[in-house]
Design a protein around this ligand. Structure first.
Ligand SMILES: [Zn+2]
Ligand SMILES: [Zn+2]
Length: 270
């Protein structure tokens, strides 16, 4: 029998998560009567006061409170520079699962460079059109202006409406801020990343802690030190994985038995 899982979202994210969660016995019940923008927006009309993980959990807990269901799901995305290559954009997604009866939270976290996240200040229609093309508009929505501008508009998906708005904005101001709309229903690329995050959550929900038997037992850390095949020095590549329980303090080290090549070794290839 399927359990129902209440999901608080205004942006159709249920479409991205339902098939993964169905495979571990959860049927999504959408709750869209709560304005999730009150917990913070990407465009800063309302700043987010909690961390990304806390916000996702808050949404999952609210979903339970508002619907009376025993299980809740919350989603929160963040965008910024790539952690290693800072000219590349980066999308970090969190799905939080909340089990009321056990007061148990499970987080699935997924980071990827696969995103169209970008913004630019433009001074001509040509520049605006070039930005739009790079951003996969109109399959992906755009935002014109900042919240304080009279012409500020989110969720633009129509090419002629975009042209008209940029022309109007440029008649009022010498430069106009344009950015990609990262809300899930405006952004098929992000929708796909949320689906990948749901796949990770499905794996965690099916993985039980050997000690307390709660679900959510998974990889939390890589331990560096795989030996070089050539000189047998430890490298920065992982030699083991640390798996931890999301509920109790149980931790297990899983040896990977992998070797690093000389090219990945700081001694052989300084
Ligand atoms: Zn445990
Ligand atoms: Zn070596």
């Amino acid at each position: 029998m399927a359990h129902t899982l209440a999901f608080l979202t205004c942006h159709h994210k249920d479409e991205a998560v339902q098939s993964a969660l169905a495979t571990c016995g959860f049927e999504i019940v959408l709750y869209d009567a709560f304005n999730t923008d009150s917990l913070g927006t990407f465009t800063n009309e309302k700043a987010r006061e909690l961390t990304q993980l806390q916000t996702a959990l808050k949404k999952a807990q609210l979903a339970c409170e508002l619907t009376g269901h025993s299980f809740g799901l919350g989603s929160e995305g963040a965008f910024g520079p790539h952690p290693q290559v800072h000219l590349l954009p980066w999308n970090y997604e969190v799905l939080a699962f909340w089990d009321v009866a056990h007061q148990h939270a499970i987080y699935a976290v997924h980071g990827t460079a696969e995103t169209n996240f970008a913004s630019q200040s433009v001074t001509s229609l040509e520049e605006a059109n070039a930005f739009a093309q790079q951003s996969q508009f109109p399959s992906h929505g755009l935002i014109v202006g900042s919240p304080s501008d009279s012409f500020f508009q989110k969720g633009i998906q129509d090419a002629s409406a975009f042209q008209d708005l940029v022309k109007h904005a440029l008649s009022l101001s010498s430069s106009v801020w344009i950015e990609t709309d990262m809300r899930a229903h405006m952004n098929p690329t992000r929708m796909k990343v949320i689906a990948q995050t749901a796949d990770k959550l499905q794996v965690l929900l099916s993985s039980h802690c050997p000690q307390c038997k709660r679900p959510g037992f998974g990889l939390t850390q890589h331990i560096a030190g795989a030996l070089c095949k050539t000189c047998h020095s430890p490298t920065r590549l992982p030699k083991a994985e640390q798996w931890s329980c999301a509920k109790c303090d149980f931790t297990e080290i899983k040896e990977l038995n992998t070797w690093a090549s000389a090219a990945q070794c700081d001694v052989c290839n300084p």
